[in-house]
Design a protein around this ligand. Structure first.
Ligand code: SAM
Ligand code: SF4
Length: 339
């Protein structure tokens, strides 16, 4: 199938990969403190360092003019940023309704979905990813440290009744929630939701022991294959996920294995932090300071910074969960870069 890049100045990196997908962390703040993501006592960035809505809109417009087709808002928790719906409304009106963007979507912990689901659907958002690692209320409280499971389940229900497709993201952790993968799959598929399992990544310094909790999704898939008939499907997103159809349920299960290298060659995405740093790879430290470019040189400098970013986009990442090296491969937390 021919790929259509509706711009004469597409963003193409040194390895020929087209960047068409932008993830934006709109805040590093969150109402949860998931053990694999954050420390108990997080110090968040002062608000002055965080991009304003105006700046985010300018950056998105610049990316859209260079052929970006999908924008995903993440965080931190995107729905806890004050007045976030105003930003989503502006992005949808400026780019989604005009057909410039195919999709505006978000990854959320679901805690605020109940109050925003209707509005999101009304603005043209079609689907959301909701992170849910367990269906056990006590374990949920343990993993998230501050979350309440019923609130998230209400959020998911509200999203679905508003007509949003919900995909569940579950970080698979050895000895923590591995026994809950099957119940989660059965529940998700019985409700018509996709489930994606995520292998935990060594990002940021957290209390959880990455080695003790590291669970290989290859192992998980082998175990699931003893129970279900898993059929490979062609669905590809340009990201690190591989999808299978579960014959018995008719549903889809995804496996995100960022520690393997098998996705880098098709990588189509870049990530913008809430302070305007553009990371070309989740697992590398190379970045371009878009906030500075924009504040000091305006849109022209911003546009030039995107070209610099394409030259700097690395071939692949360097994640290692090494028993000798306890330090995280990348010091920043997922909440800063955006998952
Ligand atoms: N707060 C929102 C949420 O939880 O969906 C959005 C931000 S969160 C950082 C995005 C995704 O990253 C979530 O699905 C979360 O489970 C995942 N995540 C966070 N830290 C991770 C890590 N160290 N390894 C793998 N996934 C991680
Ligand atoms: Fe917050 Fe999401 Fe990180 Fe959990 S995974 S602490 S919900 S940003």
């Amino acid at each position: 199938m021919a790929v259509h890049y509706p711009t004469d100045r597409p963003l193409v990196d040194s390895y020929g990969r087209h960047v068409t997908y932008l993830r934006i962390s709109v805040t590093d703040r969150c109402d949860f403190r998931c053990t694999y993501c954050m420390g108990e006592d997080m110090t968040f960035l002062p608000k002055s360092e965080v991009l304003s809505f105006e700046e985010i809109r300018t950056i998105v417009s610049t990316f859209v003019a260079r052929g970006v087709r999908k924008v995903r808002l993440t965080g931190g928790e995107p729905l806890v940023r004050r007045d976030i719906m105003k930003l989503i409304e502006a992005l949808c009106q400026e780019h989604l309704l005009t057909g410039a963007l195919e999709e505006v979507t978000l990854t959320t912990n679901g805690s605020q979905l109940a109050r925003h689901a209707e509005t999101l659907a009304g603005l043209g958002v079609k689907r959301v990813n909701v992170s849910l690692d367990t269906l056990d209320a006590d374990k949920f409280a343990e993993i998230t440290r501050r979350g309440r499971l019923p609130q998230v389940l209400d959020g998911i229900a509200a999203a679905r009744s508003a007509g949003l497709a919900v995909k569940l993201n579950m970080v698979a952790l050895k000895g923590v929630n591995e026994a809950e993968i099957v119940p989660m799959l059965d529940w998700a598929h019985s409700e018509g939701m996709e489930l994606t399992l995520i292998e935990a990544m060594p990002l940021g310094d957290v209390a959880l022991d990455r080695h003790d909790t590291h669970l290989s999704l290859r192992e998980v898939r082998d175990r699931l294959a003893e129970r279900y008939t898993l059929e490979p499907i062609a669905k590809r997103t340009g990201g690190p996920a591989r999808y299978m159809r579960v014959a018995e349920t008719g549903g889809t299960i995804g496996f995100i294995t960022p520690l393997s290298h098998n996705f880098c060659e098709s990588c189509n995405r870049v990530r913008l932090t809430c302070t305007g740093q553009l990371y070309m790879c989740l697992g590398q430290d190379d970045r371009v300071d878009l906030r500075r470019a924009l504040r000091e040189g305006g849109v022209t400098a911003l546009d030039a910074a995107l070209d610099a970013a394409m030259i700097a986009k690395p071939k692949g990442h360097d994640f290692v969960v090494d028993r000798q090296a306890l330090a995280p491969a990348v010091a920043r937390h997922m909440s800063v870069t955006g998952g």
